[in-house]
Write a protein of this length. Structure first.
Length: 196
């Protein structure tokens, strides 16, 4: 696999950034719910982890968006009906926008509530009650909307994987079947890219 994407599959950089971000985000959701119910001894550690991993996700997202500006645009899965293409593009866009909104609301809540000082250790107070903050309600609602988007994204991938058989390969999972590669464009996409 080459660093840059081709018109038919994602390159190493996009694949690594996708799966690393996915792993961290999928961990952040249960952590966000569980940390509030944790006992006093572990709660601060879990809040610190949530904020630190959030910062890493933010950096990865910035890297991902920047890389996208220079990367080759991967075309939609061939054979997909127009409505599915727009659905897929829409969900991908909303996954980026939703993530940005989650990260921004998390940071605002952290700063507004003074939680940041507790997390950094410059205040010895306990974790403050965050329930009255608008950013807290926004963050919680956005997290639930994001779970819905992820279900739609993963569901869509599974449906298209079952129907066309080579969607996961585009994102670096498994190997390309020769028949699938040929039916996509009449030639291997990587081959086309090498001759561009
Ligand atoms: C938090 C979790 C996830 C997020 C935020 C996410 C986000 C995205 C985004 C934004 C894209 C568009 C390509 C890009 O910009 O990099 C994409 C593509 C893709 N994702 Fe995910 N994803 C997640 C989890 C998953 C999981 C669990 C699967 C496996 C079922 C998956 C499979 C794929 C595949 C196969 C593509 C390529 C679709 C195509 O062929 O164009 N993703 N994902
Ligand atoms: C990948 C991005 C993120 C995801 C998926 C995520 C997810 C979640 C979830 C699911 C909750 C629980 C919501 C609820 O119970 O209603 C939560 C709460 C919270 N998150 Fe995040 N979060 C993210 C980023 C951040 C960031 C960057 C910060 C801070 C800088 C942050 C700070 C908080 C705080 C302070 C709470 C509230 C806990 C409380 O009410 O005691 N989050 N998050």
């Amino acid at each position: 696999m080459q660093l840059k994407s081709t018109t038919t599959s994602y390159g190493t950089v996009a694949v690594v950034l996708h799966w690393l971000s996915a792993l961290l985000i999928l961990g952040m959701i249960p952590l966000g719910f569980l940390m509030q119910r944790a006992d006093e001894g572990t709660q601060l550690l879990l809040y610190r982890m949530h904020v630190a991993v959030g910062a890493v996700v933010l950096l990865l997202t910035l890297a991902r968006v920047t890389w996208k500006l220079f990367d080759t645009r991967v075309l939609p899965v061939p054979g997909l009906a127009g409505v599915h293409v727009w659905g897929m593009i829409g969900i991908h866009g909303l996954l980026y926008l939703g993530l940005l909104a989650l990260l921004v609301s998390g940071v605002i809540l952290n700063v507004q509530s003074g939680l940041i000082e507790v997390i950094q250790g410059s205040s010895i107070e306990a974790i403050p009650d965050l329930s009255g903050f608008t950013a807290r309600a926004a963050h919680g609602n956005l997290a639930r909307i994001y779970i819905g988007l992820l279900i739609a994204h993963i569901g869509g991938v599974i449906v298209h994987q079952v129907r066309y058989g080579h969607v996961l390969v585009r994102m670096g999972i498994g190997t390309r079947q020769p028949a699938a590669a040929i039916s996509e464009s009449g030639a291997d996409g990587d081959e086309i890219e090498r001759h561009r």
